[in-house]
Unconditional design. Structure first.
Ligand SMILES: Nc1ncnc2c1ncn2[C@@H]1O[C@H](COP(=O)(O)OP(=O)(O)O)[C@@H](O)[C@H]1O
Ligand SMILES: [Mg+2]
Length: 266
């Protein structure tokens, strides 16, 4: 069973951190391999997991469109583009990274996007785990470029406003009829217990809070030194919360797929 997890939410709430910690968890607790997709144009997931991207899909598609007229007729366009797309993948130990970048230039991207979709579908089949770090507006999700999602984690700060934004993103996913199996709320950077007014708002928004992640000095320290978050110690508070998140998520997904009965325990 493959598992595709997407992380989304307002800028600065901790999406990249959560995505990197999930990747670290999978690296330490599974055989992998894991495909990390950086779908945020500010592209910093690589840094958070210790991989350095060379180029992005956005840049490659723009170059393809520019050079289209100069391509020798003997090379089929789609083959040329597929070769170029394959060069973007950064291969690490157990974890590979793909950077979406931003859509460069004006005009229609329908044709390259179609090839891109086929390429991503093909690529994702090779990985039991795909983790997507999305931008705030979930542009790639809404253009249906990234594949179907098993679990969408909406990351919020521990405020009423943050939870409202997460609710609005959930509504957007529903409006766009995106293929997302489950949507969960994750509250990041908690310094104390969750305030009752925030809890009330979560209920109002009918969001399912799957996990809270505490404010963790080790994350601040690692980010400051640009050290990979996948190397954080297992006893660091945020890593422990991510471990608990992943246990819950895997059980929930197993129940959703009918692999496990609701009353079974692991
Ligand atoms: N649990 C945490 N404890 C301490 N700092 C955190 C935590 N989560 C995120 N941060 C910090 O918050 C800032 C924003 O996080 P980031 O993951 O880059 O957010 P986003 O990807 O949503 O823009 C970063 O400086 C990051 O190091
Ligand atoms: Mg980010």
């Amino acid at each position: 069973m493959g598992l595709t997890i997407a992380v989304a939410g307002k800028g600065g709430t901790g999406k990249t951190t959560v995505a990197a910690l999930i990747i670290g968890h999978l690296k330490n607790n599974t055989d992998g391999p894991i495909l990390a997709v950086d779908a945020d144009p500010t592209a910093n997931l690589g840094e958070a997991i210790g991989l350095t991207p060379v180029t992005s899909i956005g840049t490659t598609l723009a170059e393809f469109r520019e050079n289209l007229a100069d391509l020798p007729p003997s090379i089929p366009k789609h083959e040329y583009l597929q070769t170029k797309l394959a060069e973007i993948l950064i291969e690490g130990k157990k974890v590979d990274l793909l950077v979406m970048g931003r859509q460069e230039g004006q005009g229609c991207y329908c044709y390259p996007n179609q090839i891109l979709r086929q390429y991503l579908d093909m690529l994702a089949k090779n990985y039991p785990y795909v983790i997507i770090d999305n931008e705030a507006g979930m542009e790639h999700l809404s253009r249906r470029i990234t594949q179907d999602i098993d679990a969408l984690l909406l990351v919020s700060d521990p405020t009423v406003r943050g939870v409202k934004t997460a609710g609005a993103l959930r509504d957007l996913v529903k409006e766009l009829h995106l293929t997302v199996k489950s949507i969960y709320l994750l509250v990041e950077r908690l310094r104390a217990d969750l305030n009752p007014v925030v809890r009330e708002e979560i209920e109002q928004q009918e969001l399912e809070l799957i996990q809270t992640i505490p404010e963790d000095d080790a994350i601040i320290d690692y980010s400051l030194r640009s050290q990979s978050l996948t190397e954080l110690r297992e006893d660091s508070p945020a890593v422990r919360s991510i471990n608990s998140l992943m246990r819950r998520l895997i059980v929930k997904e197993a129940i959703n797929c009918g692999i496990m009965n609701k009353h079974e325990r692991i």
